[in-house]
Write a protein that binds this ligand. Structure first.
Ligand code: ATP
Ligand code: MG
Length: 489
């Protein structure tokens, strides 16, 4: 549930004036921004404070500030500074700090449960020679390690105005240099600088625009939107591994259904799912995908995992089905007889998908597995022994869920769902039972070890195990085991 901590009523005049006068800076005091400091990572505060103490400038920056202002819990915290990566490493010489990245050098500072990403201020180095900045023929930034001196330089290199807000930890102030607060108030995703140039520099910003619009329920500002379509083909030049990560983040972060709507409206789909060709324009197919993504969104809310293999298997199901339907006999009789003909069909779809997002061998195997099982379900449903075997399989529930989703596209599969429906609950009980037994075994092992430690500690303290005190302590430890029911596990 979103809680808007920032009261725009109090500052709307200030933001509108600043926008009208094109003033370059808006500062919000702690009284105005009312950020819930409990939501700020102590590690991020520690990182900034340590850099400032070492004589550098440092701020918390980016999406985390945006989320804090909207009352959302930030996913991760980023810090920026005028210290170079090498200088950052020196400041954190006692901590676990490493320089990573080639295109952009970044320092990762590892804390026990969190990584704080620290970047050196960037600058637009067009006019500054002697800095490392390489572009491809299409304008894509290949290397961009031109360092800036201050947040003015740095803000220019960030993507959207709402992502260029700086939190000054020492003075407890928000600094806004590109009217990000104004856009936050008006719920707009607005590119800093010329949108076309910025997409050319990094086409992934198209996917990011789509993701933030979905996540925040914002609209994409007119110029930022208009520049997308001509830049879409540039996505083909992005590393397929990076594309995989971005596509997964776009759809599996809890707002997949909204992401789909926006991705369709900006014609992004054929660039991220090439095998879908024209299929994604079909309203029945869109409903099928929307329903599947709605399910994944609910799973995210319930803290349940969403497997990437399941996600790609669903997204591309239509491409597979279309190929099978072109050759009706593949769907008739015993599917195992057609394995040799079906395998190349799957291979071809995966090959085309890999031209956008790189799928691992493991993911490909799982997709293949899901698809083969799905086309076998009618045969399984016709034989009670096969059903009995099938529902005990660890993948039964995933396959059943997939089947239920299919009914949006293939209503005839409803009667197959009916056959498997009672087994869904049975399978759930079975999984629960297996899980309970496993947990008991683990608890028992842990407690056996504890008993050994109790005995060892008694010896260490010179208490005889057979003495009154010793046997009392041992009895208590054993009673505790009985109380946990470990002896009958
Ligand atoms: P999320 O909620 O997904 O973490 P985020 O805005 O924090 O969203 P990150 O990928 O964590 O996104 O990046 C942190 C910040 O770095 C962004 O807010 C933005 O200022 C900057 N940034 C990230 N990627 C880009 C990019 N491709 N181009 C320009 N700036 C970027
Ligand atoms: Mg972030």
């Amino acid at each position: 549930m979103k809680v808007l901590t920032l009261d725009f009523n109090n500052i709307s005049k200030q933001l509108e004036n600043a926008k009208r006068k094109n003033s370059s800076r808006v500062i919000l005091t702690s009284k105005q921004h009312q950020i819930n400091t409990n939501l700020i990572s102590n590690n991020a505060i520690h990182t900034v404070t340590k850099l400032v103490k070492a004589g550098y400038k440092a701020y918390i920056v980016g999406g985390c500030v945006r989320d804090l202002l909207l009352g959302l819990k930030p996913k991760d915290f980023d810090v920026c500074t005028n210290a170079t990566p090498e200088q950052i490493i020196k400041v954190f010489s006692n901590a676990n700090a490493n320089i990573i990245g080639r295109r952009f050098k970044i320092v990762h500072i590892k804390f026990s449960h969190e990584i704080i990403e620290v970047t050196t201020f960037r600058r637009d180095s067009k006019k500054t020679s002697g800095y490392e900045r390489k572009k491809s023929s299409t304008g894509m930034l290949l290397v961009d390690n031109a360092y800036g001196n201050n947040i003015q330089d740095d803000a220019m290199r960030r993507d959207f105005t709402i992502n260029a807000l700086y939190y000054d930890v020492i003075n407890n102030e928000i600094i806004d240099l590109h009217h990000g607060l104004y856009d936050l108030m008006n719920k707009k995703i607005n590119m800093i600088g010329d949108a076309t140039t910025r997409y050319q520099e990094d086409p992934v910003r198209i996917i990011r625009a789509c993701r933030f619009a979905a996540k925040l329920n914002f609209s994409i500002e007119q110029k930022t939107l208009a520049a997308i379509e001509p830049c879409l083909p540039l996505l083909k030049d992005i590393s397929h591994a990076r594309m995989f990560e971005e596509v997964v983040k776009l759809f599996l972060s809890g707002h997949g259904q909204d992401s789909l709507k926006i991705a369709i409206s900006i014609n992004l789909i054929p660039y991220i799912f090439p095998p879908l060709e024209e299929l994604y324009k079909n309203s029945v197919y869109q409903n099928f995908l929307a329903n599947a993504l709605h399910n994944s969104d609910v799973r995210v809310k319930e803290n349940k995992p969403n497997l990437t293999s399941f996600f790609f298997a669903i997204m591309l199901w239509g491409a597979f089905l279309t190929q099978l339907q072109k050759n009706q006999n593949l769907l008739e009789g015993d599917i195992s007889n057609h394995q040799k003909q079906i395998e190349p069909i799957i291979k071809n779809i995966i090959l085309r998908q890999n031209k956008a997002t790189l799928l691992s061998e493991e993911t490909i195997n799982k997709i293949t597995n899901i698809w083969f099982t799905q086309i076998n379900l009618i045969k399984i449903a016709n034989n009670i022994d096969s059903i009995e075997n099938f529902y005990k399989h660890k993948n039964f529930r995933a396959n059943y869920d997939f089947l239920v989703l299919r009914t949006k596209l293939e209503p005839l599969m409803n009667h197959i769902v009916k056959i498997f429906e009672p087994y869904d609950a049975k399978s759930l009980l079975l999984t629960q039972d297996k899980y309970d037994k496993k947990r008991k075994r683990l608890d028992k092992r842990l407690n056996d070890r504890m008993l050994v430690l109790v005995k060892r500690s008694l010896k260490l303290h010179g208490i005889n195990l057979n003495s009154k005190k010793g046997s009392e302590i041992l009895k208590r430890a054993e009673d505790w085991r009985k109380h946990l029911g470990l002896d009958d596990a």
